[in-house]
Design a binder for this molecule. Structure first.
Ligand code: PMV
Length: 332
């Protein structure tokens, strides 16, 4: 099954020939996985091999404005006009093509991101989610959020989790067409929980998550134990969230991220997103923890770390990581 077939199936009752409005805007927050999505059962539809669970950072994300334009798609990222041949624009235009029955409408797409792009900070998650939300406004599809999460997934897997605040579960599903691979909130509040973004490098990632994931699935000897790790970690994370057990949450998320990176490092050719700065920050976190400061981390497909901490320890942690951007995860 192709992406365009899924779009047809979901939006068959809607007129895709011409938008209902000339312009529409939307915002989507980014999300950080506490139990990672790593590996696909279908690469075309971005269907994951396992479930995953994330927490949203409501104040870090992507604002997008779509405006009808007569000649061609024109993409602006953080006020800079992007080259039509760049990989980002090519990917975006291919995504928009899924929604064009006749190629007779074009868009000016202005994206403003409050997080660094392609540095493992989930910029593609909030980017694609904001575009799907804005398209939904532009065309007035009025489909459910679960259905929108399917459309987000076609752009970038983790975007499926960027439509809600708080904790979000994305189900791998079993159906071939992925209609059961949807995200939904895991609706528990945790007011004192904070995520700190630790920027260690601004450089774009060395290998895309898409390519890295596939190479891991195809070549890593450790990958066979990944689904078991995920199944165990999801049970523990849900328990931790329900009971607001910070140590259980932090330890499970950190161990999950380290296991994901271990599967990558055992791929061939090996994949390593760690920089010397990443390892140095991990050592600092481990020593702080040994000294009694409750602090954990997670890491995605890039060298930067996200620290998991509680509000009461913000100042101590800031003293060791002055450049840390501390974000609240309140559902608001
Ligand atoms: O959605 P993608 O293709 O950018 O992949 C995201 C992969 C991780 O960020 C490493 C894990 C996750 O679950 O977000």
């Amino acid at each position: 099954m192709k992406k365009s077939d899924v779009v047809l199936q979901l939006l068959h009752a809607h007129d895709l020939s011409w938008p209902k409005h000339n312009t529409a805007s939307a915002y989507a927050p980014t999300n950080i996985a506490l139990c990672k999505y790593w590996g696909k059962r279908c690469t075309e539809l971005n269907l994951p091999l396992t479930d995953s669970l994330s927490v949203t950072l409501p104040d870090k994300g992507a604002h997008v404005t779509l405006t009808l334009n007569e000649t061609q798609d024109d993409v602006w990222l953080n006020k800079k006009n992007l080259d039509a041949a760049s990989p980002f624009v090519t990917r975006l235009v291919a995504f928009l093509n899924l929604f064009r029955r006749k190629k007779n409408w074009f868009l000016t797409i202005e994206i403003d991101m409050s997080i660094p792009v392609a540095a493992g900070l989930a910029s593609s998650a909030c980017g694609f989610a904001s575009i799907v939300l804005a398209l939904n406004e532009l065309f007035q599809w009025q489909v459910s959020k679960k259905e929108l999460s399917i459309l987000c997934r076609l752009g970038s897997g983790s975007a499926a989790r960027s439509l809600w605040n708080g904790f979000v579960l994305w189900h791998s599903g079993h159906e071939k067409n992925g209609m059961d691979s949807v995200a939904e909130p895991f609706a528990y509040d945790w007011p004192g929980l904070k995520i700190g973004i630790l920027p260690l490098s601004k450089s774009q990632k060395s290998i895309s998550s898409r390519e890295a994931m596939q190479r891991t699935v195809d070549t890593s000897v450790l990958y066979q134990s990944w689904p078991e790790q995920v199944a165990r970690d999801l049970i523990l994370l849900k328990q931790a969230i329900v009971a607001q057990d910070f140590h259980l949450l932090g330890a499970t998320a950190e161990s999950n991220a380290l296991a994901m990176h271990a599967t990558m490092q055992s791929s061939w050719p090996p994949i390593c997103y760690h920089l010397p700065e990443t390892l140095a920050a991990m050592q600092t976190i481990w020593s702080l923890r040994n000294e009694g400061c409750p602090l954990y981390f997670t890491q995605d497909a890039g060298p930067n770390l996200k620290l998991i901490l509680e509000e009461k320890d913000e100042q101590v942690v800031k003293n060791h990581f002055p450049e840390l951007m501390i974000e609240s995860v309140d559902r608001g």
